[in-house]
Write a protein that binds this ligand. Structure first.
Ligand code: FNR
Length: 179
């Protein structure tokens, strides 16, 4: 199955990007994961939505071709990072490539709450008419105190977190197959 990953951080040592890489490697027998370069997208511009720049066309095509979307994102100021919202705004117009797409949201932060507030907002955004994505129900992945759960290479060293992720990824696969 093809997973397109949207990462809400461009930071070189991003915990969230490392988690996406960890997932890509650990579950490679079930999924191929491609991280989409949402940092290359221009700011959404309604004047360009019917004839968007090449980077936007490519991005939308990759979302369309994916069997499902994995979003791995930090929380910025109790909400969704602008870079991620911008990418979602592009896919929410004209050809609606996210509509009906299975989505799994994952978030990590050094704080205790592990992006809870971001994901509450993100869930609302993904339910907007132009987006209409299908968020995996009953599985919420908030990885708090992430700096204590990962080594320098990006390997998740906390066994409980890995076990939990194993279960969620299995559920996500079943969910995608049911669509
Ligand atoms: C943060 N951070 C943060 N953390 C959190 O739990 N809730 C929040 O609202 C915020 N707000 C916030 C705003 C901005 C602008 C920055 C730069 C950071 C801290 C954040 O969780 C931390 O920097 C993570 O390490 C960012 O994720 P990556 O880049 O490691 O994936």
């Amino acid at each position: 199955m093809k997973l397109a990953a949207l990462i809400g951080s461009v930071r070189k040592d991003s915990f969230n990007r490392k988690i996406a890489d960890f997932i890509g490697e650990r579950y490679q027998s079930d999924f191929t994961l491609e991280k989409l370069g949402i940092q290359e997208l221009p700011y959404f511009d309604q004047d360009q939505e019917t004839d968007p720049p090449e980077s936007v066309r490519t991005f939308k095509q990759k979302v369309k071709d994916a069997d499902a979307i994995l979003i791995v994102t930090p929380e910025y100021n109790h909400s969704v990072p602008g870079i991620l919202k911008n990418a979602i705004d592009w896919v929410s117009r004209i050809d609606l490539v996210m509509a009906g797409k299975p989505v799994l949201m994952i978030g990590a932060s050094p704080g205790f709450l592990g992006t809870v507030r971001c994901q509450l907002h993100l869930k609302q955004i993904l339910a907007a008419p132009g987006v209409s994505a299908l968020v995996l129900p009953g599985n919420e992945v908030f990885i708090g105190e992430v700096h204590k759960k990962m080594d320098d290479t990006g390997k998740i060293t906390d066994e409980g977190t890995v076990e939990f992720l194993d279960g969620v990824m299995k559920n996500f696969k079943t969910f995608i197959e049911s669509k």
